[in-house]
Write a protein that binds this ligand. Structure first.
Ligand SMILES: [Ca+2]
Length: 244
């Protein structure tokens, strides 16, 4: 059984406020029409708040009310977040949450962001945006995590998606982080979609499946695949659908 726990998916406060957020932002949350003609939408059922969940970026559900969450900053104060980012502190973490049991299970990330579970459910993958890494952690019976290996990439990776059919790890990445901090309609942020095959092997295959300078789609953050079809999500723009 799979569980889905939607987050607010809010845009993290940038170092410099956006000049002019693109109007397409409001389109992101439109319901997706299904084949039968019905619409699907997500409504919050039960908000969860906890002091350990202070800067949640992403979650992966492991039960009806339990999940792992990434905090992408250590500090909650805006100025201190900027200091944290520029000094390069590695204090962000992964928290395990269930009713009555909330604890840090991994730390040492510059900015823990996307989180996903392997298709065999034995491992947790954590994207470190500014560390440019995918961190593989083994999941134990008591829900603790232990580090297994780190895959170094060459991009600012964001959210993670695991193809249930192949176990491949997909991510949306940002070619230029500065363009995210200061949005300029004359020089928009680009998009990259990265696929990692055989991530547990000694030689994972890292492929840039899609790259664009922002003329088609801006600031990709996530990619999901199904039956040779690719759907990209972004910070600023509409989703993009591609046939592989
Ligand atoms: Ca994210």
């Amino acid at each position: 059984m799979q569980f889905f726990l939607p987050t607010s998916n809010r845009w993290r406060p940038p170092a410099v406020p956006l000049k002019e957020p693109p109007s397409e932002l409001t389109q992101v949350h439109r319901p997706i029409p299904m084949k039968e003609g019905k619409n699907v939408s997500c409504a919050p059922e039960k908000p969860i708040r906890h002091s350990a969940l202070h800067n949640v970026n992403d979650v992966v559900a492991v039960g009806p009310e339990s999940f792992y969450a990434t905090n992408d900053y250590y500090f909650t104060d805006f100025i201190m977040r900027i200091v944290e980012m520029f000094i390069g502190l590695r204090w962000t973490n992964v928290v395990y949450y269930s009713p009555g049991d909330v604890r840090q299970v991994a730390t040492g990330f510059y900015s823990a962001n996307g989180i996903a579970m392997s298709s065999d459910k034995k491992f947790i993958y954590v994207a470190d945006v500014t560390g440019h890494t995918v961190n593989i952690l083994e999941k134990h019976e008591d829900w603790s995590l232990s580090p297994v290996k780190v895959v170094q990439l060459d991009c600012l990776l964001d959210n993670l998606f695991v193809d249930p059919a192949t176990g491949d790890v997909w991510t949306g990445a940002h070619p230029n982080g500065f363009k995210l901090l200061i949005y300029n309609t004359e020089d928009v942020p680009g998009s990259e979609i990265i696929r990692i095959q055989n991530i547990h092997s000694d030689h994972p295959t890292v492929t840039t499946v899609y790259a664009n300078n922002g003329s088609v789609i801006q600031a990709s953050t996530v990619a999901a695949v199904y039956d040779n079809k690719l759907l990209m999500g972004t910070i600023f723009h509409r989703a993009l659908y591609c046939e592989l």
